[in-house]
Design a protein. Structure first.
Lengths: 104, 397
């Protein structure tokens, strides 16, 4: 392992900060689309930590998990955005505070 | 240098994430998220994961974010300002406290943890078979009774294959012989370690006392030297007790006094070289020559100097010269593809199924069964004034 490489701790710290920012966005923002984008930010922060540890342990499995997370994120976005569109149709709003009842 | 780059890219990632979170306009937020994802793709490149970086750009910043922008435009939701006060005002301080607790926990784990104190794991070991055993047309090689390669012709080399680390009994048999009943032609214990590639070489003459097995070792580590290559030279000439390998152009001794049955590994810079083999001490007539060897960076080169007995009892020199790409180019598409189709086939299939279900789910959710009758309802972005009775969170434009 070359000495010029950035230590894995720095990557994990950056990933943790990005994760926290994403979590704050999920809880504090009220626009459903922004909440959703914050979830993407959290997933990416987790991916960054996984890739950093994959390099640390010279293991391809970490990369594979990142790959699967990306695929699951794509599926989640497809369904989530479809849900947002449906909610907007019935409620005429995507403010998540107004979506507190199962009744349409 | 790399640290500076990391700090710059990391700072851009953090700033773009913050701007995304506080932005009022959803379109700007989406664009800042794209910038953030590009920064993470760049960090993937720095983490020697080029495949992930490309997938990140195509899937995330390409497909997913375009979908986000499309939905924002479709709903006309780019400027949504909450009109009513949130009923969960206690959330903000609670989240800040939780974030601080999380950050402290992660920092403590990073400072006190065992992340870098443990030795990093090295690359998976690789093995291949080299046949330089005179008098045997083809051979089978086994490690603890498990076949490594079968029917290897004389002077042939098999491709690298991954193997588990451990201690093994290496045996060779004449091709086609049953390892359970037949006697091994040669056997020798070998230790296979992580982070190394082994060229298991059979040398000498069948039946002669000099015949033996040599495990020539390449070290699999290219993180330090980017334009170098690793060379292994094996002296498989039973008649030469000690040889020198010289570079004829630069008049430089590459390997000196290599005894019979020994393998020597060394690093070299790339370039074209004329190589010759001499008996140690003499510089008159080369025993064997390897002219115009084009050596590329990041490769593993193997030179085995052997000889073959002809029908008239004379010997001809046989030089096995081979140049391979380093077998574990970590994080490359080949590496990931191999893992995907060997160890991770089931998760791969499940994820594919999940994507199919998500696609059907998205179609079912957005399918409007009443569409033909109520055509007005379909224009969601700009509903006519009559339909806009109660829309608390929407301003329209």
């Amino acid at each position: 392992m070359g000495s010029s490489e950035v230590a894995v701790e720095l990557y994990v710290l950056l990933s943790a900060v990005l994760f926290i920012m994403g979590a704050m966005g999920v809880v504090l923002r009220r626009n459903a689309i922004l909440v959703f984008m914050s979830v993407e930010l959290m997933l990416n922060a987790a991916n960054l930590a996984l890739a950093a540890f994959a390099r640390q342990w010279a293991s391809g499995s970490g990369h594979l998990v990142v790959f699967f997370v990306m695929t699951v994120a794509a599926a989640e976005v497809a369904v989530g955005l479809a849900l947002i569109v449906t909610i907007f149709r019935t409620k005429k709003s995507i403010d998540i505070d107004t979506v507190h009842m199962f009744k349409g | 240098m790399e640290l500076t780059l990391f700090i710059i890219v990391g700072a851009i990632a953090l700033i773009s994430a913050a701007l995304m979170l506080i932005g009022e306009n959803a379109v700007y937020s989406a664009l800042f998220l794209i910038l953030n994802l590009l920064c993470i793709a760049f960090l993937f490149l720095m983490l020697s994961a080029p495949f992930l970086a490309m997938v990140q750009i195509t899937v995330y910043t390409g497909a997913i974010m375009v979908l986000f922008l499309f939905v924002i435009m479709l709903l006309g939701a780019e400027r949504i300002v909450p009109t009513v006060q949130s009923r969960f005002r206690w959330l903000a301080p609670a989240v800040v406290i939780m974030a601080l607790v999380f950050l402290v926990t992660v920092s403590v784990a990073l400072i006190n943890g065992e992340i870098t104190k443990t030795e990093p794991r090295k690359a998976e070991p690789q093995v291949r078979v080299v046949h330089a055993l005179d008098g045997l047309a083809s051979l089978d090689m086994y490690l603890d009774g498990e076949p490594v390669a079968q029917d290897v012709q004389f002077s042939a080399v098999t491709g690298f294959a991954p193997w588990r680390a451990g201690e093994y009994e290496l045996t060779i048999f004449e091709a086609g012989a049953d390892p359970a009943s037949a006697d091994a032609l040669l056997d020798q214990p070998v230790t296979i370690e992580r982070g190394k590639a082994y060229s298991l070489t059979a040398i000498g003459r069948v039946g002669a006392p000099g015949a033996r097995l040599v495990a020539a070792t390449h070290t699999l580590d290219f993180s330090d030297k980017k334009d170098g290559l690793r060379l292994v030279v094996v002296n498989a000439l039973p008649g030469r007790a000690s040889v020198d390998v010289r570079d004829e152009v630069y008049d430089e001794v590459l390997v000196s006094a290599l005894a019979y049955g020994e393998a020597h590994e060394f690093e070299l810079s790339k370039g074209e070289r004329d190589v010759a083999l001499y008996t140690t001490g003499s510089q008159r007539t080369p025993v064997s020559e390897l002219p115009k060897q084009a050596l590329d960076a990041n490769t593993l080169v193997l030179w085995v100097f052997a000889e073959q007995r002809q029908p008239d009892n004379s010997f001809t020199d046989v030089v096995i010269s081979l140049q391979d790409k380093a077998p574990t180019s970590f994080g490359s598409p080949t590496h990931i593809g191999r893992l995907l189709f060997t160890d991770y086939v089931l998760p791969f299939e499940l994820v594919a199924l999940l994507l199919l279900v998500a696609m059907i789910g998205a179609i079912v959710l957005t399918h409007d069964s009443q569409a033909p009758r109520q055509t007005v309802e379909r224009r969601l972005a700009n509903p006519p004034p009559g339909l806009e009775q109660s829309a608390p969170g929407e301003t329209g434009d």
